[in-house]
Ligand binder design. Structure first.
Ligand code: PMP
Length: 294
């Protein structure tokens, strides 16, 4: 993720990643009490552009607000510093990871002071461009009455790591997690859409992270005159689908080949997902008239 020249942003300064330090006596390390974001920058014909930077930093602030982590920073300034970070590291296509973590504090009370660090690294497509073999996880997403599932909180990713590790051990590429009511929720780090009868369906908000890519897909559907319905989906609904895909900042749009031993019948290239995938790529690269390119 870094070499001896890489710098990161830490509480207002740019420091070498190699020498940056954290306090080992902190709630974030011990209890997973921290908030973070995953953002992507693209090398476009308009230069390096961070996709939906404001939406991501707004979500970071909302995540902090929801769990009472202080967030005293100005979002426009953070965006400015993020562009500077990319420039200093000579990164154009990059994944950006802001993290807000507690000061030295081992109590079970939300901290009065927090730190912000922003790092970035070159990251090719998270899943590549193959279609994924998925399984229904034995792990459910956490109950939204136990935590704020709409917040991107570090501790929630224990659940994600368990699910992905289990899926890989069972020979799959990725997991799909159900919610506490046994409806389809999301992947460990992405939202899910299914296609059935020429329409898209996606689980409603409530048990999932409100993905910025998910919102983008819904917007693209409007623009492309495609019907997209937010609706609870059962495992049977998913297995009876024509096609399905994950979406997320890191994952972008990635097609699913199968779930457990059910293979989706529609060829990926003929699916609505493939159209969304091409359109999304044009959108993030700021290509003109992206609707014409589909
Ligand atoms: N769900 C989870 C659990 C995630 O970690 C992510 C990635 N941030 C997503 C969905 C997709 O969110 P976004 O499109 O905002 O990256």
């Amino acid at each position: 993720y870094y070499n001896s020249n890489t710098v990161l942003y830490l509480n207002g300064d740019f420091v070498k990643s190699e020498t940056a330090q954290i306090d080992l006596y902190g709630q974030s390390l011990h209890y997973g009490f921290a908030a973070f974001e995953g953002i992507r920058a693209y090398n476009t014909h308009n230069g390096t552009r961070i996709f939906k930077a404001k939406k991501h930093y707004n979500r970071l602030k909302q995540s902090c607000d929801l769990v009472s982590i202080p967030f005293p920073w100005d979002i426009d300034d953070l965006i400015k510093q993020t562009y500077k970070l990319l420039e200093m590291n000579n990164m154009k296509d990059a994944y950006i990871r802001p993290l807000v973590y507690s000061d030295s504090n081992m109590s079970l009370i939300a901290p009065e002071k927090a730190n912000i660090m922003i790092c970035a690294w070159d990251w090719a497509a998270y899943f590549g461009d193959k279609q994924l073999k998925c399984c229904i996880s034995s792990y459910q997403r956490p109950n939204p009455k136990s935590t704020h599932m709409e917040a991107k909180i570090s501790g929630h990713y224990v659940n994600s790591i368990l699910a992905t590790t289990e899926a890989k051990k069972r020979g799959f590429d990725e997991a799909i997690l159900l919610d506490m009511n046994e409806n389809i929720a999301e992947a460990p780090g992405a939202n899910i859409f299914v296609e059935k009868g020429g329409k898209l369906f996606t689980p409603p908000l409530g048990h999932i992270l409100p993905g910025i890519t998910r919102a983008t897909v819904i917007q693209l559907c409007k623009k492309l005159d495609l019907e997209c319905v937010e609706k609870e989906l059962t495992v049977a609904d998913l297995k009876a689908a024509d096609s399905a895909f994950f979406c997320g900042t890191a994952a972008e749009i990635v097609g699913l080949k199968s779930v457990d031993d059910t293979v989706f019948p529609l060829k990926w290239t003929e699916s609505i997902g493939a159209t969304i995938q091409r359109t999304y790529k044009c959108l993030v690269l700021e290509k003109q008239n992206y609707e014409v390119i589909i």
